[in-house]
Design a protein around this ligand. Structure first.
Ligand code: MV4
Length: 496
């Protein structure tokens, strides 16, 4: 059994992993950069070690230093969280060779899924539907053009080494093809040091649906159903939920089966996610596999009752998965809202600074995963996500209403956030109806939000002043009068 885990990450996911360690009686060792001195994850961990300067490449991305530290402090395992080194097969290989347990998949599985064309080929031979297109890089533009004509426009050019939306280009007609092909190649070379490009049929207005899987080192595979992640802007997810109301039982059965086949195809163990595109006819296509724990894993935890980080740790320790497939059901609905430090009223400009008057929501069926506390610094060095709000409800409507209630309860001063935009999305007809796709935000809701939302937006100073004024007013009233009073009218202070 693992006794001590070095957590090679920061912020909310480090905190999430520390919590799982504590519940399992495992010693948690945090690392932190100079910028993260005194941050929440270092306070909650049993031990904390400085790893390097603020810049990620010199701290959280430093492979050698991380492994050297793990050895020095006698950690038996490393949990990489998400991002940073979590899907770096070179790092995983180094951990494997050091004799330390990596809480994640084998470096081989990660490598197999790293090249998009190789992954497509693998899926094709393992009964996982892929988007029509090539499974080899296209050598010349004329070869590519012939192929595009065969499958029909529009097509999407993709970099073999790409992922997460970088190195893609839509092509709608024959005469755009050559210049699109050449510029995609140039960009791919610049971004990934590899200019291989392949072709897919463009799936128009698809939904992004992913399946959570988990596998142990004994060849046992389970799925934990789907997550619907179509609410995104510029490839950054904003709201995720589970289950997807778009899936019927038959589609759910076939997409989860396909996901298990994908995991088997790369001899997977650990928690993993298979991403799919789904068109209006509920046809689905493999997109890529994420060989790590994901940001949105809590919605799956709330619906299935399974602690995914605990399972990850047990599996890495050589235990079997703790549940049978037929022992888990989708119970109710869960929605995750990602709270980002950005100004949603000013083109989503990143917002940095110290959190002031920071207060998180709570109450029945509300979960907040965050790595911050009051006075925490939101800096340019790392991801702008402040917190994740995950709400559960017996019905989807209840989960939506609870999310709105909890967002209203949130108070964050000192930086701008996207909370009013999250509220706007949750209240939109498109989201409520649930038949939305990956283009909803950029094609529709952004415009409506910009035209509608100026009434409710105040600067932090205004909000803080209003909160203080309302508080003073009500406490003054309390001392001098016995009549009932309203303490929750701080918003109205802004109009007085
Ligand atoms: C696509 C697609 C439409 N058709 N492939 C974006 C990120 C990368 N993982 C693959 N992506 C897409 N591939 C075909 N053939 C549309 C997207 C896409 C997307 C996919 C999932 C979530 C958000 C997205 C936003 C824009 C484009």
């Amino acid at each position: 059994m693992i006794k001590k885990i070095l957590i090679a990450n920061r912020g909310e996911i480090a905190v999430r992993i520390i919590r799982a360690c504590k519940e399992l009686g495992i010693t948690s060792a945090a690392i932190y950069s100079e910028a993260d001195f005194g941050s929440l994850h270092t306070i909650l961990a049993d031990e904390s070690y400085l790893i390097g300067p603020a810049q990620s490449s010199l701290s959280y991305l430093n492979k050698e230093k991380t492994i050297k530290l793990a050895k020095e402090i006698d950690a038996d395992a490393i949990h990489p969280g998400y991002g940073f080194l979590s899907e770096n097969s070179e790092f995983i290989k180094m951990v494997e060779e050091s004799g330390i347990t990596f809480i994640g998949p084998s470096s081989k599985s990660v490598e197999m899924m790293g090249s998009k064309t190789a992954a497509r080929k693998l899926m094709q031979t393992h009964n996982v539907p892929i988007v029509p297109g090539t499974t080899e890089p296209v050598k010349t533009f004329s070869e590519g053009l012939d192929y595009a004509k065969e499958i029909g426009f529009p097509v999407l050019l993709k970099a073999s080494a790409g992922g997460g939306g970088k190195g893609m280009r839509k092509v709608f007609s024959e005469n755009e093809f050559q210049s699109a092909f050449e510029s995609t190649k140039r960009e791919a070379l610049k971004a990934f040091g590899n200019d291989e490009v392949y072709i897919e049929k463009l799936i128009e207005n698809p939904k992004h649906i992913e399946v959570q899987v988990i596998a142990d080192k004994f060849g046992n595979y389970r799925h934990l159903f789907e997550r619907e992640c179509s609410i995104q802007r510029r490839h950054q997810k904003i709201i995720e939920e589970s289950p997807s109301i778009f899936l019927d039982d038959k589609t759910r059965k076939s997409i989860t089966e396909a996901a298990i086949n994908a995991a088997k195809a790369c001899d997977y163990f650990n928690a993993g996610t298979i991403e799919f595109l789904m068109d209006q006819n509920k046809k689905f296509y493999f997109l890529e596999m994420n060989t790590r724990l994901q940001v949105e894993h809590p919605v799956t935890e709330l619906v299935t009752g399974i602690d995914l980080v605990r399972e990850q740790i047990m599996i890495a320790s050589g235990e079997k998965i703790s549940f049978k497939q037929n022992e888990i059901k989708q119970n109710g609905y869960a929605i995750e809202c990602r709270i980002y430090a950005e100004d949603s009223t000013q083109g989503f400009l990143p917002s940095t600074g110290k959190l002031k008057f920071y207060r998180e929501p709570s109450g029945p069926n509300v979960r907040v995963d965050s790595g911050v506390m009051n006075e925490s610094e939101i800096s340019i060095h790392y991801d702008p996500m402040i917190s994740k709000l995950i709400c559960w409800g017996k019905t989807r409507e209840e989960a939506i209403n609870r999310s709105i209630r909890a967002l209203d309860e949130y108070f964050i001063g000192g930086v701008n956030t996207n909370i009013s935009f999250l509220n706007f999305i949750l209240k939109s007809n498109e989201f409520t109806e649930g038949n939305h796709n990956i283009n909803l935000i950029e094609q529709k809701l952004l415009k409506e939000y910009e035209n509608n939302s100026d009434k409710n937006i105040f600067t932090d100073d205004e909000l803080a002043a209003a909160l203080l004024a309302a508080h003073l007013k009500s406490s003054f009233k309390l001392k001098t009068q016995t009549e009932s009073y309203s303490s929750n009218k701080w918003r109205e202070q802004l109009y007085e």
